[in-house]
Write a protein that binds this ligand. Structure first.
Ligand SMILES: *Cc1c(COP(=O)(O)O)cnc(C)c1O
Length: 398
């Protein structure tokens, strides 16, 4: 890396320069090809340079880029209607990122109780290992010390319980509780799914106590787990949901979805965003849904996921010294490593395969949802070679 950079030193960047992408492949300036099973951390849901998305963006670029929410914005009503028709929700607020979608979700839940005459109900229960973004409110919600340190007092009103501990959630609920906020499958936390029974129990608990259920599906949503949204596996619905990443396919787009009742308190003037729901984002979001909601697409995701699951299970059996466990749902997969996850990541990178590290010593595989069975097998072969190299290196040093 250059000695002097004009950029904030907030990221540990890998020394790779990609200039072009096509489907599941990324190409460096030198023309080397990498299999991209990171997909911008579950963002490039349809891979790189998907022709339908490129066309939608170019078309809109020729018409109008930005209007502001003072007017009707082309594509907003359409994308909003498609999202509400395909989900539990009645209302949508568009944002530019996941953290902003969460901010909207948090504000919506607090405002709901405020509008009902209970301003004291603003506490939100979250789970240890959570990740909800990097704004001041969302680092408080995530509760991770490493993200909170040095940024002044933690925003009040976030109560954290141990992951998956239903009794702790019950004990944390009080007259001050506005909502429970969880990721159906923790992403940054290490691909840790909340069991479907627990999601159902959380839903029931919310109903019993007049508490709203907020799901953070920023990473798990838009087909990633083989359902449009991950909570569908549990057969439950939230009151509010944050969406981003995959819905923009690489264009900055997020959304907060809510039932009409939950969104009741969000009157004119209570919330806003300059860029939220911008025409370019709407064009791309609608184009993403053209593909993801098309007949058979989610079947494809589930079919390829099976190829991954079987292949990874077999790798785990053959390399127990490298792979401890395989977890996740659909194409939101985690390899819990026996070695340091960063060592596995580097060994994969040496085989020109990209993954994403996560908590709990996990490497995430988040390939584009358009990945084919053949590309999945190619990726598995590369993971096998990486495991083989790690094993050989360990034996040499032993
Ligand atoms: C990425 C992520 C966020 C934050 O999204 P940004 O677009 O980075 O603000 C929030 N929640 C989850 C589950 C995420 O994976």
């Amino acid at each position: 890396m250059a000695a002097v950079t004009p950029l904030y030193q907030t990221y540990n960047r890998a020394p790779m320069r990609f200039e072009r992408g096509e489907g599941v492949w990324l190409f460096t300036e030198e023309g080397e090809r990498y299999l991209d099973f990171a997909a911008g951390v579950a963002v490039n849901s349809l891979g790189h340079a998907h022709p339908h998305l490129v066309e939608a963006l170019k078309d809109q670029a020729d018409k109008v880029w930005h209007l502001s929410n003072l007017y009707d914005v082309p594509g907003q009503e359409e994308l909003g209607r498609r999202l509400t028709e395909a989900t539990f929700a009645d209302r949508v607020f568009f944002t530019n990122s996941g953290a902003e979608a969460l901010e909207c979700a948090i504000k919506t839940s607090r405002r709901y109780h405020f509008a009902k005459g209970h301003p004291e109900r603003f506490h939100i229960i979250t789970m240890e290992g959570a990740f909800h973004g990097r704004t001041l409110a969302t680092i408080a919600a995530g509760g991770q010390e490493k993200y909170l340190e040095g940024f002044g007092p933690k925003a009040p009103g976030f109560d954290q319980v141990p992951f998956g501990d239903l009794d702790a959630v019950k004990a944390a609920i009080s007259e001050a509780t506005a909502a429970i906020l969880v990721e159906p499958v923790q992403g940054e936390g290490g691909i840790r799914p909340i069991p479907v029974e627990m999601l159902r129990a959380l839903r029931a608990l919310c109903d019993e106590n007049g508490v709203l259920l907020i799901l953070d599906e920023v990473q798990s949503g838009v087909g990633r787990t083989g359902k449009f949204f991950a909570h569908e596996w549990a057969g439950i619905a939230p009151d509010i949901m944050a969406v981003a990443k995959g819905i923009g396919g690489g264009f900055p787009l997020g959304a907060c979805l809510a039932t009409a009742e939950a969104a009741e308190g969000m009157k004119p003037g209570t919330h806003g965003s300059t860029y939220g729901g911008n025409p370019l984002a709407m064009a791309v979001g609608n184009a993403v849904l053209d593909v993801v909601l098309a007949e058979g697409f989610l079947d494809h995701v589930r079919d390829v996921a099976l190829v991954f699951r079987q292949g990874l299970a077999s790798l785990k059996d053959r390399y127990p010294d490298i792979i401890e466990d395989i977890r996740g749902e659909g194409l939101m997969l985690g390899i819990k490593a026996k070695v340091a996850n960063t060592d596995l990541l580097m060994a994969m990178r040496a085989e020109h395969l990209l993954g994403v590290p996560a908590g709990d010593n996990v490497i995430r595989l988040l390939p584009p949802l358009t990945v084919t069975a053949e590309e999945a097998r190619e990726g598995l072969a590369r993971i096998e070679r990486a495991a083989e190299h790690l094993r050989a290196a360990a034996q040499k040093s032993a």
